[in-house]
Write a protein that binds this ligand. Structure first.
Ligand code: ZN
Ligand code: ZN
Length: 170
């Protein structure tokens, strides 16, 4: 079981990361926590609401609660258990939002996939149902679409050509 610590937004994205770093430091120094070897998620990430979070595993949740309280972090963070698998990382910055990679990264705003060309909904890559080959079905409008990687994949300056995945009407 993994534990996720989410920083309550302070209104300043850089300050949120500072809070996350301080909480991590105190937890690692003063309680028995470790990166879950089955679900390794290293570093601080941003969830779908752009809140900073990190994860670890521990057999001693009471110790975690005590450290958060003793070091003055209890009001700054939310603690919850997570069971869902670790999702795909943003190709651009490595951020992991949660089990599903959203169309646009909340950390660096990189666009992973274009909107559905039929209904114009923003649909994550994993939410399309594969029919066969590059043919998929949109979960919103149930139209058949084709998914392909953008070409060229990289621009002249070495950055990814956005979106990484292009959705076309089939
Ligand atoms: Zn990103
Ligand atoms: Zn659609």
């Amino acid at each position: 079981m993994r534990t996720r610590i989410t920083v309550r937004p302070t209104g300043d994205r850089t300050n949120d990361l500072r809070v996350a770093a301080n909480v991590r430091r105190d937890l690692w120094a003063h309680s028995p926590v470790e990166i879950d070897p089955d679900h390794p998620l290293h570093g601080t990430h941003r969830d779908e609401q752009e809140r900073a979070y990190f994860e670890f595993s521990t057999g001693y949740p009471d110790e975690v609660t005590r450290v958060l309280r003793d070091y003055g972090h209890a009001e700054r963070v939310e603690v919850r258990e997570v069971e869902e698998p670790v999702g795909l990382a943003c190709q651009n910055c490595g951020n992991v939002v949660g089990p599903v990679l959203p169309p646009v990264c909340p950390n660096c705003h990189f666009r992973d996939i274009s909107a559905c060309p039929v209904c114009h909904h923003e649909v994550p890559r994993q939410s399309y149902t594969r029919i066969g080959g590059d043919l998929f079905r949109c979960p919103q409008c149930h139209s058949q679409v084709r998914l392909r990687f953008n070409e060229p994949m990289f621009l002249g300056d070495g950055t990814y050509n956005q979106p990484l995945v292009v959705v076309e009407q089939a």
